[in-house]
Design a protein around this ligand. Structure first.
Ligand code: UDP
Length: 322
């Protein structure tokens, strides 16, 4: 059985669906602070909090857990600057609780949700796993701290981990059973789709004077179902004796904010009112990753790498929201 911590959230719920499709049983552990109970449509749900180590111990005692995938983290970069304690406590300290119980219970396999934010401002594009890691906000710094812990725990205790550094997760389950629902929503694609759906008046373009072809920021959008698949492959890789390692998960193609808006207009057939606004603090002009390592070592083959497909799946989900 696989324990999915944070399995009621956006990426965890998509993983939960895909892994259950393969016949692998899951237990979902989530405190529902940001997750949604109705996103847990597969596996067994256990409500609990990583801040309370006895909650974690109880789940490990109750189920034959063989491996853990850990999605439960706070992810608002701006908030992490304003309230770093919130981020270090949940994303670092509570992760140490989880790892502690794994060691107590002798559970060796760990798939960790890391982030391209551990790289900081890129000095080279595309970003490979060997790119220097100089995160510029507490969110990225906390994720890098956990990566450091994982290396040391692996050396000392034989923990087998895969740390997956996501670029911009986007899109929704192509069958529309789960999708992206954040509160508050800060991500570009769902905000644009809110405009398309008539729930929001306009989309603000944060900066149009960047050193990019159209002046807006370029990001690497990766479909959430492709991300889910990579987690399953990473777990298989570890269980087959693969060495603990770090993998980028991105699409390798960058799209500007304006390109995303234009593609969303094509996909939805709606006019999307865009307003030029100031730059948002902490946004690097370009973030594009190389995922060649995941493709080679995990045999990962992203299926939904077209931006239009990513937006279409998101739209199919989004337009049903109230
Ligand atoms: N962005 C924007 N308007 C918005 C939200 C985001 O122009 O209302 C831009 C943001 O500055 C960044 C890109 O869209 O360049 C993707 O932002 P998002 O918050 O989705 O992901 P991030 O790259 O911060 O992880």
């Amino acid at each position: 059985m696989i324990l999915i911590v944070g399995g009621a959230g956006y990426i965890g719920s998509h993983l939960n669906k895909e892994i259950n499709k393969k016949g692998i049983e899951t237990v979902i552990f989530d405190n529902l602070s940001y997750g949604h109970r109705d996103f847990v449509k597969w596996g067994t749900f256990e409500r609990g909090d990583l801040g309370n180590i006895d909650d974690i111990r109880a789940v490990f005692k109750k189920y034959p857990i063989e491996a853990v995938m850990h999605f439960a983290a706070f992810t608002y970069v701006g908030e992490s600057v304003e309230d770093p304690q919130k981020y270090y406590t949940n994303n670092v300290k509570n992760t140490l609780n989880l790892l502690q119980v794994m060691l107590e219970e002798n559970v060796k396999y760990f798939v960790f949700s890391s982030t391209c934010a551990t790289y900081g401002n890129p000095v080279e594009i595309p970003i490979t796993e060997n790119h220097p890691q100089n995160p510029i906000n507490p969110y990225g710094k906390g994720k890098l701290m956990v990566e450091t812990v994982l290396k040391d725990y692996s050396d000392a205790y034989g923990l087998k981990y895969a740390s997956l550094r996501y670029f911009n997760a986007a899109g929704a389950d192509p069958e529309g059973e789960v999708g992206e629902l954040h509160n508050p929503e800060t991500h570009l694609i769902p905000l644009i789709l809110d405009v398309a759906a008539g729930r929001r008046e306009d989309i603000k373009i944060f900066g149009t004077d960047y050193d990019t072809p159209d002046g807006t920021c370029i990001r690497d959008y990766i479909h959430v179902t492709d991300l889910a698949e990579a987690h399953i492959l990473a777990l298989e890789y570890l269980q087959n004796g693969g060495e603990s390692d770090f993998f980028n998960l991105g699409n390798g193609n960058g799209f500007s904010v304006k390109e995303v808006i234009e593609t969303a207009e094509e996909v939805t057939g709606k006019d999307i009112r865009a307003v030029e606004a100031e730059r948002r603090a902490g946004d690097p002009p370009v973030l594009v990753g190389s995922s060649d390592k995941a493709k080679e070592k995990l045999n990962w083959k992203p299926k939904y790498d077209e931006l239009s497909t990513i937006i279409e799946t998101a739209w199919n989900w989004h337009k049903k929201l109230k």
